[in-house]
Write a protein that binds this ligand. Structure first.
Ligand SMILES: [Fe+2]
Ligand SMILES: [Fe+2]
Length: 196
């Protein structure tokens, strides 16, 4: 059975570092605000925002311990995720939300699963969580203000810009780009072209 929202908050408070916990609450609030604006289910947006980084603390574990945790939660990793640990907290997060927080709503679980890579043909809830992760009030990324500005006008434009920023960041760091991010971007650009 799902935990109550307060129980979820208390569990996150006790497992996340202070900065991460603040970010978590920020994403929850921002996701709810965007949901209201764009006619998406507010309760699902709150819960997906609250739980999106629920496995982030686990990716600090050592390699072996971390692999054991992934196995315990039944998380299978594609070839790229095996090489880029930063992606795994999203996949693991969906499994932790299901098993430990009692979330069985697939829309919420998918929004958590794809909050780092995005994917082709995202649901409105997935889009909002991806954006809220980068625009919550505590985020001071160079690009946050532009994503915020675009999100007030058009979710897809905000998403195109946000995914582009993430890909540039990955290139600057010299890490690998997940194909789901490229597919997400291409899909949105093609869709924009059709609308024009
Ligand atoms: Fe995350
Ligand atoms: Fe996050």
């Amino acid at each position: 059975m799902a935990l109550t929202e307060n129980e979820m908050i208390e569990r996150l408070r006790s497992t996340q570092k202070e900065r991460r916990f603040k970010h978590t609450l920020g994403v929850m609030g921002e996701a709810e605000r965007l949901a209201e604006k764009f006619g998406v289910d507010k309760d699902k947006a709150r819960i997906a925002g609250l739980l999106h980084d629920c496995a982030k603390n686990l990716d600090e574990k050592s390699g072996e311990e971390f692999s054991a945790i992934c196995a315990k939660y039944g998380v299978t990793l594609d070839e790229l995720a095996k090489k880029e640990r930063a992606l795994i907290h999203a996949y693991l997060g969906a499994a932790v939300a299901y098993k430990d927080y009692g979330i069985d709503d697939h829309e919420i679980l998918d929004a958590i699963y794809y909050h780092t890579t995005a994917r082709e043909n995202m649901t409105p809830l997935e889009k909002l969580i991806y954006i809220a992760d980068m625009t919550e009030p505590g985020r001071e990324l160079e690009q946050s203000n532009e994503i915020r500005r675009l999100a007030e006008i058009d979710v897809d434009e905000a998403l195109i810009y946000a995914i582009g920023c993430s890909i540039k960041h990955v290139i600057r760091k010299g890490t690998l780009i997940h194909p789901d991010s490229v597919h997400a971007l291409n899909y949105l650009i093609e869709h924009r072209r059709k609308k024009a």
